[in-house]
Every structure is written in structure tokens, then in C-alpha cells.
Design a protein around this ligand. Structure first.
Ligand code: FAD
Length: 1092
């Protein structure tokens, strides 16, 4: 997909072409007029809203502002170049309500006026920043890099300074940012400067950031009509033609260019798509403290020219690269990062895209390159022939070359230049079936802890290799477990101790089979599968490659057989093995064979030596993601592979299949952090392009292809390989599947062992995103103050608990579609009550029409808002007009607790607030007729938010408290019990956990909404007697058990609880009628606001 930059260049080129063809074009260009600029700005913003604002900018902003609001209570914001409306309008109400001060620099006159209007709206419109304590100051001039000038111009210090796509004209950008950092509030109110920029990297010459995230898949969707394109194209080009006649001609040409370069997508009919990668970089006021790091390190350790293999990493511009030579230097780096609230990357073999990251300091470990081979020492366990201590700057090739001299080897990967990232995160190679993964062979580690900066030693490390001051931490077993598979996340690893084995010789055989049609391709893959399934000897592994050569599809197969002197017999020379008859039968005679040692093995990989004329002469770059499969050759998987290879964007892209099984699968999946072991084949989806296309649309297309194929295959896979994954949004779904069932334990360890998230750019350890645990539907009459209360309640969760919360209006989607269909002003529909009321009937009719056409629309809207709030703990939804929303929608989110709070206010109050009373009367009747009872009712007649806050404290915060979470964690879950598809939650098990019963009883007591003094007894039907008796004991109330005759609990179980005194009566054989009468009577006594 063409980028905006590609489009800009094409628009510029078309002027040159036109000027050659039409003399009139020599009229020259001019800057855009104010209205052209505004129109273009608006067109670009509309085009970006869906993809970039909603999927990147908004979540990033919320994740940065939420902790600030939590620590500061309320915040002040300075926005640079917001245009006519601030990006803050996309935030949840609760975050907007936390802004007490807002100022801006907006040099564009009309935008500044519009912004002022937007911030201080006319009567009846609720301001978007409702809690401002002082009127906003809009500086109608450009922001300068000179902090003194800015401060003397009357700007105060701020908690947040925001540049949202406004750094384009600023040069050098670093100076402008340094100016902004000088205006941030300082300790104890540390602030943030936040930049969003429309590129994948933002070069700031050594300014270390607080956090950064990239959105390489950002797109913009421009409406494909002449009017929109005529506004959009000049804005992208940055100029117009001086002569109006020529301008018209050029607009014709530019429309064509947009249509030629813009991609069309059936999911986005009527729009043109352009690639628009985005980056977010945030800086803390301490960002300028790089000097503190370098002062503590000898100057020779600063590296100007990084030695980086990965081509994407080379495009990133780090804050600095340091190359420590002693453990003390590594400790300095970690201390510095912790003190300055920033992250670090670590460079091993530099094969990943994330070892160098924009505006982050990189710690290059290449000086730690010693290898010590200890033959005949086994360490714990007896299967090894020696040990190898390898420092973290070594490569696989270094280790293999060193060990082979002692007749030993370590199972590593297939490329000699790959480094520590491989053995810390897996390590799949030709000896994996025989000895296991590289990480399985690690028995000891020396590292510098990310949390304490101390030198730690875990597992078995030979004494003479222990650094001074190395400590064995209390959690050494946990740490060693985590380092074997997820080892890049907890500290900087200095060295590891591997088990080593007798070095084998390898018999290598290659086949290349032409596949002339789909049928033959399927058959080829089936033959390969047959061959692999027949191989049980772990000394043998068979790889396959699906690739195109000379425009023809081919299947390459490589069989590797390892033999050691043990296999050959004492005194016998190791010699090549004969081709197994099964291979000849299935594949025919081999095309090539070799007999090599471990070093020679590196050169035999088909993708290096055989395909594409030997890696296209070595002048290519590649991008890989790897998935694990049980049955690649199941028809649907094979067909997907064949379809995907047909859609490759460059002739060099291919699939590499590696055989699993053997020792990989023999280890239990929770024995190490590497949790994906149950697979037969690993499929490496490899996008390749020629090196001179690095950073262009061609490389983007190949990377996009890899992700598309990987995501398509993910559902069918048995996991993803974590070693390749980084902090890219596109890796998130793969990362969720990278550690199997170990992920929850790893997420917990990451929080404990890297609490400041210093190693934030390693393979992400993430739980699958989940629906909000608590969904509160806020209903009520027009004018009752639903949105206002929802915002206060969301901020109560954010400020008074450790949970994340947001409030959304479900009607936004309808308003957006209504505005698009009718031309109504979307912003006013969202923000201007009078305008909204004017369109109320039309909107209702529009929605009803939509529902008639799409009957599942209400459910769809509900799921959309809930899915948008994935990983938020508490979601408050307003704007629902359904009469019984909990009953109607809670089944759609079975893992969430869904409650309804109805906000009520008197007619007079609602009228004063501009509510629509007719509507209310209609609703009231309907409500009464249905006798619907919400979970809570809040009376919102008073002015101000105090009552709402108190209500949140008394009722809502308890719905999702730390104690409830703790109780939840005590409930053991058994899947598929007592039958498939049933998840069994063993609630009685709570009583067997320390303090479980007490916790449960105290929660039951505190969650009761009524008055305990009005309760006469606790009545318990069925099997809850243990909890009921504990509650009765705690509340000092008598207990009544209702049981069918003959089903009483044995008296000793009651005595065990020490509760006998509180049994006052037991009812035997009570009839169903009596039972229900009693229940009704009891529930009417319940003092919960709505009878619950
Ligand atoms: C050409 C190529 C061939 C490959 N072949 C194989 C193969 O045969 N088998 C296989 O299993 N995988 C293979 N891979 C995948 C490879 O294992 C991963 O890309 C791995 O992460 C690379 O590690 P590295 O040290 O070379 O890269 P780096 O980019 O330097 O490091 C990768 C990650 O490890 C972290 N890290 C590095 N050193 C340390 C340290 N000392 N302490 C803490 N964190 C550290 C880095 O910060 C980064 O997050 C291959 C990849 C490529 C590009």
C-alpha cells in the first residue's frame, strides 16, 4: 500500500510532468490559503479517525494519562498545534474530567478561534473539558523552542505537553522538545511530553524517551469523491498552483494520482486507503539526563556506529548505544534507566527488529564474548558430556567453533551469527529432536536484575565463573524457570551455562521437487508429511521449503542425520549414513548430499545455499514469524499455505518447515517458560525483498504479507515462536499464544522482577485481552445526568482503586453513521445538547430503521463498545435505551459482571438540565409497566459531583474490589468437567484455602445493600450452608437452613464450623409453595435500594 509520503512525491512529480507537457503550468506554486489548509486538515483528520485515532492514538493517550491522573488526581495540559479541536475529545469522560487546566499554542487564526469556541461552548452545551479551573489560554502563535520566551509569555508549568501530529515544521525537533520538557512540572509532580508523529521513527538525536510505541500498520481511509480528494491532495502536497485555471487542471491530475496509488478494500467501500505508520514517543522531565549515564561510563563505551544485523532495527534511531565491558557498567545502565523512568534494549546477536528501538538507550553486549568449555563435567543431571559457559555477547557460531575443538556441541540454531536472544527464548535447530531446545540445555545463569540492579546467580554456575558479589536470590528456581524460554524479560543476562554433548557429524541430503499444479503441490506436501511421520529416530530431522524459482512452485526437502562416535561404535570412524529407503521411496533419489561437521552444517541450509541462486547473492533482507502446527498437512492448512505462497508480494518469499517432536515434546510444557511443545512442524513464514528496497513500500508489503499469513494461520496453530516477537501491535496476538499455559505465571513474574518495565521492548509477556471484569450500564431519563455520573464513577475507579476504567456512550456509533448519512454535524451531535435534542427524533427513527434492516445491531453495538475496552477492568456504558439492558446483553459477555445503575432526577432538575421530558414520560410508563428493577438507583438531584462520588464509594467500588479479586483467585477452575464444554468452578474449595471462608463471609456481609439491623435471620436454601453459616456468624444473626427432608448436613460438619449456636431452626420438607412465599417475603425485607 502506498504511504502518504509516496503520494506526496507522486503529487510533486505530476507538477513536473505537467509543466513539461503544458506550458501554462509554469505559473508556479503558492502556499495554501487559510481555508484550503483548514479543509485539507479536516479531510486528513476524518481520514485518520477510524484507524489511527481509535486504534493507536486514543489507547496510547489513555495508557499514558491514566497513571498520571491516578498519581496527581487532576492534571494540567498544554497542547501544541491542536487545530480546531483538541485530540483530547477522544478521551473518556473520566479522563477529560481530570483536566483542571488546558492551554494551547495554535498559530492558525481560524483554528484558534474554533478551538476557543469548542472549549468554551455556548449555553446548553456541556463543555468537553468540564472541570477546568481557569479559562483556557490559546496562544495564537507558533510554539518556540525557547522555554524562557514561553514562560514569560504567561504559560505555567504543566503535567502534560502534547504534540499530536504538530512537529512537522519544527527543526531541529530535539530543541523544541527540550523547550517543552523545561515547561513540565517537576518532582513530585513528574510530567510527560507526548508526541504523535506520522512516521515510524522520530529522530531526536539522543533524547531518551520515557515510553515509545509504533503503529506500522496505521492507515488512512479517504473518501473517494472529487470534493474530498480536492481538499485532501493539496494538503498532502503542501501547496497549490498560483493560477486558478492551472490549479483546476492539476486537481484533475492529483485525483487520478490518489486513485492510482490508493488501495481499495471491500471492507471499506468508497474509500481509498494509504499506509500511514504512526509513532508515539513520550518524554519525562528527566529525559535530558543521558549525561548521567555516560558520565558513569568510560567514553570509549559510547558506540556511534552500531553493528546490527537486522535491517528494521537499523532504521531505528536509538537515544544512544553503550557497549559495557564490565558487569558494573551494565549495573549503571539499569540504575540509570530506573532513576530516569526509561527503558533499555539489549543487543545480543542483533537479529531481532527490537534490539535497537527509537529514542531508547541500547546496551550492546558484544564485549562479553568469552566461552569456557568444561569437558567431562555434567552439572546436575547425567545426560551431558560437559558444560559450556558462554557470555551473552557470543554468537551461535562462536560457541560451535569453540566447543567443536573439544569434541563437544550445544544444540543451537541454524545461523552462526544469531546470539543470546535465541537461547534465552527457545532455540530450534537440527539437534532439537535429539537433545531439546537450546533453552532446555541452560542449567545456570548470571544476570543483572532489572528490579534491583544486583548481580544474581541462578542454577548451577561453576565457582570459578561466579562474579564477585553475585547473590542467589530467594526466587532462584522461579527465575531459572522463566529464563528458559522468556529470558529476555527479567534482567540483562551476562552468561549462561549450557549442558554440552558429543559433537556429531551430519549426513545431509537435498531434494527439490517441482510442483506444477495445486493438486501436485498438495500431494508434495502430503508426501513430505508422510516422510516426517515415518521418522521416529531423533537423530534425523527433515526440513521442507515451499518457494518459487523461475516462476515455478517448488518443494525443497532437506534430511539431516546426526551420528556421533557413540553411534558408530568405539574406535570406528563416523561415516555418512545411507539414504533411508523410505526417503527414496517417497522423494526419489536425492539431488545432492554432503557430510559435514557442526561448522560445515551452517552452510548447508537450503535457504542460504540452494534457493534463489544462494540467497539472491546475499543481497536480500528478510522478516520472519514462526508458528507451530500439529498437522500442517491437514488439507485446510496445506491449502492456506498454498494460497498464501501464491499471494507473495515478492518472488523471494517462502515458507520453511522444521520438524519437531522428539526431545522437544518429551519435556512437560510447564517444565520451562517455553510453553509450546506439542507440535510436529514449525512453519517460518519468511518475507524477503532485495536489500536496496529496505524501508520502501516493497519491504512493507513483504512484512505485511508475513503478518497476514501468520494471523490467518494462528487460529489453526498450536502456538507461536516468541523469539522473533517484539513490542509491535501486530505481534500482540502472536505473543498471546507464544507461551501456552505458562503465560499467566510469566506475566506475574514480569511484574515482580521488572516492576518498572525497563526491558519494555523484549518479547511482550501478555495475557489474552479480556472483556472488562465489570460492566456498569448507566441508564436514566433524559437530563438526569447519566454521562456526568458515569464520568465521575469511572474516575473514582481510576483514582481510588488500582483498576483501569472508562466510560463510553454506546450511541456514538449511531451518531457517526447518522451524520455520515444525513450530513448532520457529528461533533455537535456528540457535544451540543441543544443540537442533539433537535435531532433526537430523527436519530431515533434512523436507529430504528437500522435495527429493522440489521436485527442484531443492538447486540453488535454492545459488543463493539465492550471489545473496544478490552483489557480495561471496568467499563461504564451510557446511551442505552433498552428497557432491561442487563437481561438483554449480559449473556454476550459471560466473563464480565454486568450491573445497571439508574440515574434519577426530579422533573424540574431534568428540565433545568435541558432534558427532553416528553420522552421521559413515555419511558416512565414503559418502565412502570414492566416492573423492571435496576441493580442500583442513584438520585442525582443535587448540584456538583460529591453525591455521585459518595455513591461510587458506598456501592460501585465494592463491586470490583481487591478483596473480590482475591476471592476470585481462590476459585479453582476445571475445564471440560463433568463433561466437554463445561467449565467447572469449585467454589466450595474457597473454604479449604487459608482465610477463604472468612474473606467470603466478610464480602457477603459488606456487599449487602440493606440495613443489617432490619434482618431477622439468614435463610439458606440448597448447598450454601457453609457460607451462610459463616455469614450468620459474622453478622451475629440466626441461621435458617431450608432443605428437603433427609438431605441435612451431618451435625459434625456444622460443629466443625463452630456455628451451632446460630442454628435456631431447621425446616424439613418445606413445600415449594411455602418456599417461594418465604423467599418473596424475605426479598421484600431486603434493604437493597431496588429490592435485591
Ligand atoms: C537469519 C535468522 C536466522 C534465524 N535462525 C534461527 C534458528 O535457526 N533457530 C531459532 O530458534 N531461531 C532462529 N532465528 C530467530 C532468532 O532466534 C531470534 O531472532 C532471536 O531473538 C535473535 O537473537 P539475537 O541475540 O541474534 O538478536 P538480538 O536482536 O540481539 O536479541 C533478541 C532479543 O533478545 C534480547 N537480548 C539479547 N541479549 C540479551 C541479554 N544478554 N540479556 C537480555 N536480553 C537479551 C534483546 O533485547 C532482544 O529483545 C533466526 C532469526 C534470523 C533473523
Amino acid at each position: 500500500m502506498a504511504t502518504l509520503y509516496d503520494l506526496k512525491k507522486a503529487l510533486e512529480r505530476s507538477i513536473d510532468t505537467a509543466s513539461q507537457e503544458k506550458t501554462a503550468v509554469s505559473s508556479g506554486t503558492r502556499l495554501l490559503s487559510t481555508s484550503e489548509y483548514s479543509d485539507g486538515f479536516q479531510a486528513l483528520r476524518e481520514a485518520s479517525e477510524q484507524s489511527n485515532y481509535r486504534s493507536f492514538i486514543l489507547p496510547q493517550l489513555e495508557s499514558l494519562l491514566t497513571p498520571l491522573v491516578r498519581s496527581h488526581g487532576q492534571i494540567s495540559v498544554l497542547e501544541i498545534g491542536p487545530g480546531p479541536k483538541s485530540v483530547l475529545r477522544y478521551l473518556s469522560n473520566s479522563l477529560r474530567s481530570s483536566i483542571r487546566k488546558y492551554d494551547a499554542y495554535e498559530p492558525h487564526g481560524q483554528h484558534a478561534t474554533d478551538l476557543q469556541m469548542w472549549l468554551c461552548p455556548i449555553l446548553d452545551t456541556r463543555p468537553l473539558l468540564p472541570c477546568l479551573e481557569t479559562p483556557p489560554i490559546i496562544h495564537r502563535k507558533p510554539f518556540t523552542a525557547d522555554i524562557n520566551a514561553n514562560i514569560s509569555a504567561g504559560t505555567a508549568r504543566y503535567d502534560v505537553i502534547l504534540f499530536c501530529h504538530s512537529m512537522y515544521g519544527m527543526s531541529p525537533k530535539r530543541e523544541f522538545l527540550a523547550g517543552a520538557l523545561g515547561m513540565l512540572d517537576r518532582w513530585p509532580r513528574s510530567g510527560l511530553a507526548i508526541v504523535f508523529h506520522r512516521e515510524e521513527t522520530l529522530r531526536l538525536n539522543g533524547l531518551p524517551c520515557h515510553k515509545t510505541a509504533v503503529h506500522p500498520s496505521g492507515t488512512i481511509c479517504v473518501k473517494d469523491d472529487n470534493e474530498t480528494l480536492d481538499r485532501f491532495a493539496p494538503f498532502v502536497a503542501g501547496f497549490a498552483m498560483r493560477d486558478s485555471g492551472v490549479h483546476k487542471l492539476i486537481l484533475d491530475e492529483w485525483r487520478d494520482q490518489c486513485r492510482v496509488l490508493g488501495r481499495r478494500d471491500t471492507a471499506c467501500r468508497g474509500y481509498l486507503l494509504f499506509s500511514s505508520p504512526n509513532i508515539m514517543v513520550s518524554f519525562a522531565s528527566e529525559a535530558t539526563g543521558l549525561a548521567h549515564l555516560t558520565l558513569n561510563l568510560p567514553s570509549a563505551l559510547r558506540v556511534d556506529e552500531p553493528r546490527v544485523k537486522n535491517r528494521q532495527a537499523r532504521l531505528h534511531s536509538p537515544a544512544a548505544i553503550v557497549r559495557p565491558t564490565e558487569i558494573l557498567h551494565v549495573q549503571h545502565c539499569l540504575h540509570w534507566a530506573a532513576q530516569h523512568g526509561t527503558g533499555l534494549t539489549v543487543v545480543g546477536g542483533s537479529h531481532s527488529g527490537q534490539c535497537i528501538w527509537p529514542n531508547v538507550v541500547a546496551v550492546d553486549m558484544s564485549a562479553f564474548n568469552k566461552i569456557l568449555v568444561i569437558p567431562n563435567e555434567n552439572g546436575p543431571g547425567t545426560d551431558a558430556s560437559g558444560l559450556v559457559v558462554a557470555e551473552a555477547g557470543c554468537t551461535s557460531g562462536d560457541i560451535i567453533r569453540e566447543t567443536i575443538a573439544a569434541g563437544l556441541t550445544v544444540p543451537l540454531g541454524a545461523r552462526p551469527s544469531v546470539g543470546a536472544g535465541l537461547w534465552l527464548q527457545g532455540g530450534i535447530g537440527h539437534l532439537s529432536r535429539l537433545h531439546g531446545l537450546s533453552c532446555d540445555k541452560i542449567i545456570g545463569v548470571v544476570m543483572v536484575s532489572a528490579s534491583s540492579g544486583r548481580v544474581l546467580c541462578v542454577g548451577h554456575v561453576p565457582n570459578n565463573h561466579l562474579p564477585d558479589h553475585a547473590e542467589v536470590p530467594d526466587n532462584a528456581d522461579d527465575l531459572l524457570w522463566a529464563l528458559k524460554g522468556a529470558g529476555t524479560n527479567f534482567g540483562v543476562v551476562i552468561s549462561v551455562v549450557f549442558k554440552a554433548y558429543a559433537a556429531p557429524m551430519y549426513s545431509i541430503r537435498h531434494w527439490v521437487l517441482p510442483l506444477s499444479c495445486t493438486l501436485e503441490a498438495r500431494r508434495g506436501l502430503q508426501d513430505y508429511h508422510k516422510l516426517v511421520s515415518a521418522i521416529t529416530d531423533p537423530h534425523t530431522s527433515v526440513d521442507a521449503y515451499l518457494f518459487f524459482e523461475d516462476k515455478k512452485l517448488r518443494l525443497g526437502v532437506t534430511m539431516i542425520e546426526a551420528s556421533t562416535s557413540d553411534d558408530a561404535g568405539i574406535g570406528d570412524k563416523i561415516s555418512p549414513t545411507a539414504t533411508p529407503p523410505s526417503a527414496t521411496r517417497v522423494l526419489g533419489p536425492e539431488h545432492e548430499s554432503k557430510f559435514v561437521d557442526n561448522v560445515g552444517l551452517f552452510d548447508t541450509e537450503m535457504y542460504m545455499s540452494g534457493m534463489h541462486g544462494g540467497h539472491a547473492g546475499g543481497k536480500t533482507s528478510s522478516f520472519k514469524r514462526c508458528l507451530f502446527f500439529k498437522t500442517v498437512m491437514a488439507t485446510h492448512v496445506a491449502d492456506k499455505l498454498l494460497a498464501a505462497i501464491e499471494s507473495r508480494p515478492s518472488p523471494l518469499c517462502y515458507f520453511h518447515l522444521l520438524q519437531g517432536g522428539g526431545a522437544i515434546g518429551e519435556m512437560a510444557s510447564d517444565a520451562t517458560a517455553f510453553g509450546c511443545r506439542d507440535w510436529d512442524l514449525a512453519c517460518v513464514v519468511t518475507g524477503v525483498w532485495s536489500r536496496d528496497q529496505d524501508g520502501t513500500g516493497a519491504s512493507q508489503a513483504a512484512i505485511q504479507w508475513v503478518y497476514k499469513v501468520a494471523h490467518d494461520l494462528l487460529r489453526l496453530s498450536h502456538g507461536a515462536y516468541g523469539a522473533d516477537l517484539g513490542p509491535y501491535p501486530r505481534d500482540a496476538a502472536l505473543a498471546v499464544k507464544a507461551f501456552g499455559s505458562n503465560v499467566t505465571r510469566l506475566v506475574g513474574l514480569k511484574k515482580a522482577l521488572d516492576p518498572h518495565n525497563i526491558l519494555a521492548y523484549a518479547c511482550p509477556l501478555v495475557n489474552a485481552p479480556s472483556h472488562p471484569a465489570l460492566v456498569i450500564i448507566v441508564t436514566g431519563d433524559s437530563g438526569a445526568g447519566k454521562d456526568y455520573c458515569a464520568a465521575i464513577w469511572a474516575s473514582s475507579f481510576v483514582c481510588e482503586t488500582r483498576f483501569t476504567a472508562r466510560d463510553v456512550s454506546i450511541s456514538h456509533a449511531t451518531k457517526r453513521e447518522f451524520a455520515a448519512a444525513t450530513g448532520a454535524d457529528l461533533d455537535r451531535l456528540l457535544e451540543d445538547r441543544a443540537y442533539k435534542e433537535k435531532h433526537r427524533d430523527a436519530l431515533t427513527a434512523f436507529f430504528q430503521g437500522q435495527v429493522n434492516e440489521r436485527p442484531g445491531l443492538r447486540e453488535q453495538h454492545f459488543l463493539d463498545v465492550v471489545n473496544d475496552a478490552m483489557s480495561t477492568d471496568v467499563l461504564l456504558i451510557t446511551g442505552m435505551r433498552d428497557k432491561t439492558p442487563v437481561a438483554a446483553f449480559s449473556h454476550l459477555v459471560p466473563t464480565s459482571k454486568v450491573d445497571e445503575v439508574r440515574v434519577q432526577a426530579s422533573k424540574d432538575v431534568r428540565r433545568d438540565r435541558g432534558g427532553c421530558l416528553e420522552d421521559v414520560d413515555r419511558d416512565d410508563k414503559a418502565n412502570h409497566s414492566m416492573l423492571h428493577k435496576p441493580d442500583f438507583v442513584f438520585h442525582n438531584d443535587l448540584k456538583g459531583g460529591e453525591a455521585a462520588k459518595e455513591f461510587a464509594r458506598d456501592h460501585l467500588l465494592r463491586l470490583w474490589s481487591e478483596d473480590l479479586q482475591r476471592l476470585g483467585s481462590l476459585v479453582r477452575t476445571t475445564s471440560d468437567f463433568p463433561r466437554m464444554g463445561v467449565e467447572f468452578r469449585h467454589v466450595l474449595g474457597i473454604t479449604q484455602q487459608p482465610h477463604g471462608l472468612h474473606l467470603c463471609a466478610s464480602l457477603l456481609k459488606s456487599h449487602f445493600q440493606g440495613q443489617w439491623r432490619r434482618v431477622d435471620a439468614i435463610v439458606c436454601c440448597g448447598a450454601g450452608e457453609i457460607y451462610a453459616s459463616a455469614l450468620a456468624f459474622s453478622a451475629q444473626k440466626p441461621l435458617a437452613l431450608i432443605r428437603e427432608a433427609g438431605k441435612l448436613p451431618p451435625p459434625d460438619s456444622i460443629r466443625r464450623q463452630g456455628l451451632v449456636a446460630y442454628f435456631v431452626f431447621l425446616i424439613r420438607g418445606i413445600s415449594k409453595k411455602q418456599d417461594s412465599d418465604r423467599r418473596r417475603r424475605d426479598s421484600s425485607r431486603c434493604a437493597c435500594p431496588c429490592g435485591r
